[in-house]
Write a protein that binds this ligand. Structure first.
Ligand SMILES: [Zn+2]
Length: 291
């Protein structure tokens, strides 16, 4: 447990700090480099997918783990787990979205020695805060290449949790009762990803008993509830791939959202670690070898 805490702190130290294409491009590149290095250290094959915007080149960092040789035969569609690595200008982006990146890095490490039946792709997306340009490029290329996906799990602000009543607001037009205590993980999918929502819910119960979850399945691409579209999963919804977002609900809970106070010391690392446990378990259910 202690080593995990140290590891998470080290990741946060390396990642937290403004990472913006215009106001801190160097930090943005440094974050991409750090993520690629860490994925490689955990034994994943890493590559960069170029995304051009405003005449400049950015990149999605992609890490792939394939099934062992004997199991390749007919390749099954991959499971994708993703999180954006850019921030808005003026915010160090600890919850938004170093928290999601830490979960990606933990999943990479925890799946390291696991035999798989289907490929897992871990993707750190660039430019989410710029109209999701990174994930839009990724999803539309997949579609052009007519590739299938088992599903996409997107991590968007997964490190902020508070136990006190009155720490959670309900997003407008959400048709379910939202607790006033900001200590649950929201799991938001659409009809195409309903089974992925159920799987994540079940794995949270089984493997991270303290983690409360609140699930919502929206019709279509969430057009009627714009707040449910506010991360990279929407790029997958728009191209017809099953996708789910895991979130602490960002500004509906976190007073530091998009501000310079979104710092490491405001994060709840136990909550963060429970999210990593849940996502790892679901990845194993979907892509792992079942006995
Ligand atoms: Zn974000």
């Amino acid at each position: 447990m202690l080593t995990q805490r140290l590891r998470i702190n080290r990741h946060l130290e390396s990642l937290v700090g403004e990472r913006h294409p215009e106001t801190s491009p160097r930090a943005l590149r440094k974050a991409a480099h750090y993520l690629a290095t860490q994925f490689a250290k955990s034994g994943w094959s890493t590559s960069g997918q170029l995304v051009s915007a405003w005449g400049k080149a950015y990149r999605n960092v992609v890490a792939i783990k394939n099934p062992d040789r004997g199991r390749q035969g007919e390749e099954l569609p991959p499971l994708l787990i993703g999180a954006h690595y850019d921030t808005v200008s003026g915010s160090p982006g600890a919850d938004d979205n170093a928290s999601g990146l830490v979960v990606l890095l933990e999943v990479a490490l925890r799946l390291r020695a696991q035999p798989l039946v289907r490929p897992v792709w871990l993707v750190a997306f660039c430019l989410e805060e710029q109209d999701r340009l990174g994930s839009q490029a990724f999803a539309s290329r997949l579609k052009t290449e007519r590739r299938e996906l088992a599903g996409a799990i997107i991590l968007e602000c997964v490190g902020f949790a508070r136990n006190e009543a009155g720490t959670q607001q309900a997003p407008p037009s959400v048709p379910i009762a939202v607790p006033t205590q900001g200590d649950f993980l929201a799991i938001v999918g659409n009809e195409a990803s309903r089974s992925l929502v159920r799987q994540l819910e079940q794995d949270a119960q089984r493997h991270a008993a303290k983690l409360k979850t609140l699930s919502l399945v929206v019709p279509g691409r969430g057009e009627a509830m714009p707040h449910t579209r506010r991360s990279d999963h929407a790029s997958f919804w728009d191209t017809g791939y099953p996708a789910v977002v895991l979130t602490d609900t960002a500004n509906f809970r976190n007073p530091h959202y998009h501000r310079e106070s979104d710092t490491e010391d405001t994060l709840n690392l136990e909550f963060l670690s429970d999210v990593a446990t849940t996502v790892t378990a679901t990845a194993m259910q979907i892509a792992g070898v079942r006995s």
